[in-house]
Design a protein around this ligand. Structure first.
Ligand SMILES: [Mg+2]
Length: 367
């Protein structure tokens, strides 16, 4: 099998409300969708979502980088995934978010060729209950409480609060949310690197009584030593997110015993191939993992959910971005059945695609 052509699209989807975290604000999903075509009629779909403040890529940089990456693998065998990913890495280091779209499309083709849904191709089973949390943007305590209450009433089984503002305002946010939603739902928090070490420990100690599952990325991502200091002094479990992009980062935080969990995102790892390596390292260290997303549509989230069904080490699911979108152009793929629950399809490959008439409205190029 050979790759004959690659189409690159700027996939723009408005959000129902701006998504706000401690280091950025996003009005819409400005994603990239790629279609890898082959000489055997298989087409692979891949999507990525660059949150510039987190990954250092934008839709514009990715669009350009995708052209170069496409030229490197055109004419080659898409089923040799390791070799193709090595081609991409050799051509341009970094740029993990756009690479994740290529990785996803290659896995789509390979599992279609095998005649299996991707989770089965990866050795998984479709028997797990996959319940996502729902994320509340950082805002005033009143607005965050109102959003959390709305999500509770919509049936989500757990709620994630974006924090990272500082002390005491982050404590006020959580206090307000708990006073409105009560204590029957798990709460997770995410500082997105917004605290320094002392503030992190102060906030986390003050939050102990509010029954928090875990806290993502308390301090700047480069500072694993600070992450360990926070973890050693926190009554709340610490999850590494931005500090772990790939398996090498995972090895470093594991070796330092700097966290209790690792959050895997395809946009950070460069896709499924490296995500599997992060999971292996986590398992070897006795750590459980979460999967998370940026602002992917249901197509990117479908790939992520196949990964969940393939690896039991993933125990927390933050698979909520498409629920924030004002429209859903994806056909097939995971189905939202309410109360936070996603159901995976049994269609070969990802089982998800975006119809051409929707893509025809987007800026595109062909390599
Ligand atoms: Mg996070």
């Amino acid at each position: 099998m050979k790759i004959t052509e690659i189409e690159i699209y700027k996939l723009n989807i408005a959000l129902r409300e701006p998504f706000v975290i401690s280091i950025g604000k996003y009005e819409s999903a400005t994603n990239i969708l790629i279609k890898i075509k082959t000489d055997e009629n298989h087409v692979g779909f891949g999507e990525c979502s660059p949150l510039v403040n987190l990954v250092g890529e934008t839709q514009e940089t990715e669009y350009e980088v995708a052209k170069k990456l496409s030229a490197v693998i055109k004419g080659k065998n898409p089923l040799a995934i390791e070799d193709r990913l090595a081609d991409l890495e050799k051509a341009i280091p970094g740029n993990t978010t756009i690479k994740s779209a290529f990785d996803m499309a290659l896995y789509d083709i390979a599992s279609k060729e095998a005649g299996m849904p991707l989770y089965k191709f990866l050795g998984g089973s479709n028997s797990r209950e996959i319940l996502t949390d729902m994320t509340v943007s950082i805002d005033t305590p009143n607005k965050m409480s109102a959003d959390a209450l709305k999500f509770k009433e919509e049936g989500f089984p757990s709620i994630k609060l974006k924090l990272g503002g500082g002390y005491p305002e982050d404590v006020e946010r959580v206090k307000a949310v708990r006073s409105v939603i009560g204590y029957d739902l798990p709460l997770r928090i995410d500082a997105n690197q917004g605290w320094d070490t002392i503030t992190a420990i102060k906030v986390l100690k003050a939050l102990e009584k509010y029954d928090i599952d875990h806290c993502e990325e308390p301090v700047p991502k480069w500072n694993n030593k600070a992450l360990k200091t926070v973890k050693d002094n926190s009554p709340i479990a610490i999850m590494a997110d931005e500090s772990v992009f790939d398996h090498k980062d995972a090895f470093r935080v594991v070796a330092m015993e700097a966290c209790d969990y690792i959050n895997i995102k395809l946009s950070k790892s460069g896709g499924i191939n490296c995500a599997l390596k992060i999971i292996a390292i986590s398992e070897g260290a006795g750590l459980k993992t979460q999967v998370g997303c940026m602002l992917e549509s249901r197509l990117g989230l479908t790939a992520l959910t196949h990964l969940v069904a393939a690896r039991n080490n993933i125990v927390h699911f933050d698979i909520d971005s498409s629920l924030m979108h004002s429209e859903d152009p994806v056909v097939g793929g995971i189905k939202y059945v309410g109360n936070g629950e996603w159901k995976l399809p049994e269609t070969p490959g990802l089982g998800a695609e975006i119809p051409q008439d929707f893509l025809d409205k987007m800026e595109m190029t062909v390599i």
